[in-house]
Design a binder for this molecule. Structure first.
Ligand SMILES: O=C(CO[C@H]1O[C@H](CO)[C@@H](O)[C@H](O)[C@H]1O)[C@@H](O)[C@H](O)[C@H](O)CO
Length: 542
């Protein structure tokens, strides 16, 4: 890999600052807390740290509603704390990527305050105002439009009412965002994770979406998820922000609904847009017809088919990001594995299946420990705006509290946001955490795993070492084997004479699958014979 494309052989660790490590006992994680845990991340040997938003924000959506892009929210610390953290990260040979949230701002951002002050304000056109709303629904339930009494118009917010969408058609908006990004690059950051960046271009005229049965809304998604100018904007951004700079940066675009064909265009290096995208196909396979809140049984054959399609689809052009979970998705081991009897083995099997694929793996904080979903006892324990809005609208639509709570317990975002489990009593904070600790911290915690052979942590450390040492892990092409097998997930990676074979048993019934070559790694002690419950084996042939 040329240095220019260092991100192809990198492993990224996502930190959710609110829940990672609290240094001042206020119950909310912060920058000094993250800094105090850099030994842990260096020991795991990750290459990049992605920080979810730490900017000034009313925290309506936990920081994804920004009121000042060039200031650190005091709850997380100061710009000095940030500079010191960045210097420390760099001195350890790691890199740091910021979260770029520019499809929308907070309604408390001065840009919106000005825009809302009067119809004549020069920044009126920085946002999307209309006399008449269309029928688009917000991602967080309800209409995507909010009436504004003072200026008697509606403004667009695809997410919460406190997250008005920016109007990217306006060149001044774009130039202000590019200047802000350059400001952070000048400060030394190594790239950006770009929030819902495929939503920034809306279809002209903002046409109504196809009506959604049983709701007053229409499906606006096709009209803003791949707008006519999205490629133009990303190329302009790339040129204006990264053009002419000697350094090379990691850019990953979060793109709900993106297809393989679109991703080939977004990540083709020749087009100068982004290095990789977060696609959502595999994290939508257990969504029912009406969306994420309706359960659908996950089928391994479908999961394999989806992953193989993306592996092959971006095999020649472009590049994949690889992830099982993040701060918006439930915990991987609870969703795709078995967080009961086989928690450790299934967490390790999931880790191997993801990290041995072609692309850049993202580890979400706590995934390397096999952290699980938390069984939120009641709506009073829920803090995520998406879940709270869903609960309200579900009850208004006649859903029972039990069934709405069951959906939130299964797939709500708070499952990913409980405090990092550093020790048997938690170790996240000396104060009362902003969100309840998962009581299984007594058994699932870093102190019980770091340096302990056979632990999920040590297994993840070995997977990351494999990517750093074995070129085939980075560059090998991908071939799925036994695609229709209901419990076997197996594939091959080939690169300049090396063949890696990965085979995992996604069940508990013994599964025989003989593999040729030298046994490289597994989550059980080495043994021939059938694969045991949630066993994964990696073999190498040269
Ligand atoms: O697609 C997004 C966008 O998420 C990004 O954008 C959202 C708005 O900024 C923010 O809430 C998320 O935290 C951020 O990652 C999610 O809202 C997703 O659809 C949903 O949460 C899954 O249920």
């Amino acid at each position: 890999t040329s240095n220019a494309e260092w991100w192809r052989s990198a492993v990224v660790y996502q930190v959710y600052p609110r829940s990672f490590a609290d240094s001042d006992g206020d119950g909310i994680g912060d920058l000094l807390g993250i800094r105090s845990r850099l030994d842990y991340l260096q020991n795991l040997d990750v290459d990049v740290i992605w920080l979810s938003p730490i900017y000034c924000s009313p925290q309506d959506d936990n920081g994804y509603d920004i009121s000042d892009y060039e200031a650190i929210d005091p709850v997380f610390g100061t710009l000095d704390d940030f500079d010191n953290l960045l210097a420390d990260v760099h001195s350890r040979g790691m890199k740091l990527v910021m979260d770029l949230v520019v499809n929308h701002t907070s309604d408390e951002h001065p840009w919106f305050v000005e825009s809302a002050s009067s119809r004549e304000n020069p920044k009126r056109d920085w946002y999307v105002w209309r006399d008449q709303p269309n029928n688009w629904e917000s991602f967080f339930s309800g209409s995507a439009w909010q009436w504004h009494d003072e200026t008697e118009q509606h403004f667009l917010h695809l997410f919460s009412r406190k997250q008005p969408d920016l109007n990217w058609e306006n060149g001044d908006v774009r130039q202000s965002i590019y200047a802000m990004m350059r400001w952070w690059l000048d400060r030394g950051v190594d790239g950006f994770r770009m929030d819902v960046i495929n939503l920034i271009s809306k279809d002209p005229g903002l046409p109504n979406g196809k009506p959604i049965a049983g709701t007053p809304f229409g499906d606006g998604f096709p009209h803003f998820s791949y707008g006519p100018r999205v490629h133009e904007y990303l190329q302009e951004m790339n040129e204006s922000v990264f053009g002419g700079r000697s350094g090379t940066y990691l850019t990953v675009g979060e793109m709900p609904g993106v297809t393989v064909e679109q991703a080939q265009r977004f990540t083709d290096p020749a087009r100068g847009e982004v290095n990789m995208v977060f696609q959502f196909e595999h994290v939508g396979l257990d969504h029912g017809p009406s969306g994420k809140w309706e359960a659908r049984t996950l089928d391994l054959v479908e999961l394999k088919e989806s992953m193989a399609k993306w592996q092959q689809g971006l095999g020649d052009v472009g590049w994949n990001s690889l992830y099982w979970n993040n701060h918006d998705q439930p915990r991987a081991v609870s969703r795709f594995g078995d967080d009961g009897e086989h928690r450790e083995k299934s967490a390790q099997a999931l880790g191997a299946i993801l990290h041995l694929q072609r692309g850049t793996p993202f580890v979400y904080q706590g995934e390397e420990l096999g952290m699980t979903n938390v069984h939120a006892l009641s709506i009073d324990h829920v803090s995520d705006i998406e879940s709270l809005n869903f609960y309200q609208s579900a009850l208004a639509a006649g859903t029972s509290q039990e069934s709405a709570m069951a959906s939130i317990q299964r797939i709500g975002r708070d499952n990913a946001r409980t405090p990092m489990q550093w020790g048997p009593t938690g170790g996240f904070s000396d104060g009362e955490p902003w969100i309840a600790l998962n009581p299984n911290t007594t058994v699932v915690n870093a102190a019980a795993q770091v340096g302990v052979e056979g632990s999920v942590f040590e297994f993840y450390r070995t997977l990351i070492a494999l990517r750093h040492e074995v070129p085939a892990v980075v560059h090998g092409d991908f071939r799925l084997v036994e695609p229709l097998h209901p419990t076997l997930f197996a594939f091959e990676r080939r690169f300049s004479g090396t063949l890696l074979t990965v085979a995992a048993n996604f069940g508990t019934a013994p599964l025989s699958y003989p593999i040729a070559g030298e046994w490289l790694l597994g989550n059980y002690e080495q043994a021939e014979g059938p694969l045991r419950p949630w066993e994964v084996r990696i073999y190498r042939q040269d």
